[in-house]
Design a protein. Structure first.
Length: 226
């Protein structure tokens, strides 16, 4: 695999090219490669959302992503992004110093297998006075629920072993009172199955990337349901 980065002659665009040495793609596959839920993998392997999410994120920054491929000659993805000025001290969305909403201190179980997300979110919650414990997937979360009580659960959507909807279904059976204190952490695109689950259950969700204010607002609303 080859990675090339460069600027255009005016230095107003950054260009990133990634080229592999794989078998390449058919023209009909190239034409659909950025469609949501389109995948060439076997059923149950991959969701077909990765490239569509990449395209949406890049477009949100004013950029473009293109693909060129020939059978037997590999594939190249080219990303172009406009150059912008970013302050060196600019905080990440979860590190803002917005004044916390008046939320009572709670014991929160954070269920997520992404270390960077867990670190940032746990830091924010603890700074607001909450006690935070972490589980990497739904099965570990259920084991922890047997050991102590929690006021609120923040759960990622996709995780190994047991995902967010699976954890919620288990709560319905064993800890129904926690279904009113469950917040789902999701990407900006939902599969039809997850969309149906959210619509049926009415579970509140936070869409990544979210801000500190959005997290605090969601927690405040969930705690009012106690």
């Amino acid at each position: 695999m080859t990675l090339i980065t460069r600027c255009d002659p005016t230095c107003t665009w950054v260009i990133l090219e990634v080229t592999d040495t794989g078998p390449g793609m058919l023209p009909e596959v190239q034409a659909r490669i950025f469609e949501p839920f389109f995948t060439t993998k076997s059923p149950g392997v991959g969701t077909g959302l990765g490239l569509s999410l990449c395209q949406r994120i890049i477009a949100g920054h004013g950029g473009t992503i293109r693909v060129t491929s020939q059978l037997g000659q590999g594939t190249t993805f080219q990303v172009e992004l406009p150059v912008g000025m970013v302050s060196e001290s600019a905080p990440s969305p979860l590190d803002t110093d917005d004044a916390p909403l008046p939320i009572p201190s709670s014991v929160i179980l954070l269920v997520d297998d992404e270390p960077s997300m867990v670190s940032a979110l746990a830091r924010l919650l603890r700074r607001d006075g909450h006690t935070v414990e972490v589980a990497a997937d739904g099965r570990l979360a259920l084991a922890m629920l047997q050991e102590r009580a929690y006021d609120l659960i923040l759960s990622d959507l996709r995780m190994p072993e047991l995902d967010g909807p699976g954890l919620y279904r288990a709560l319905e059976v064993h800890y129904p009172h926690l279904c009113q204190r469950f917040i789902l952490l999701t990407g900006d695109t939902l599969s039809p199955e997850v969309f149906a689950f959210v619509a049926e259950s009415g579970v509140p969700r936070l869409t990544k990337p979210f801000t500190a204010a959005a997290v605090r607002s969601a927690i405040q609303q969930a705690m009012r349901a106690r």
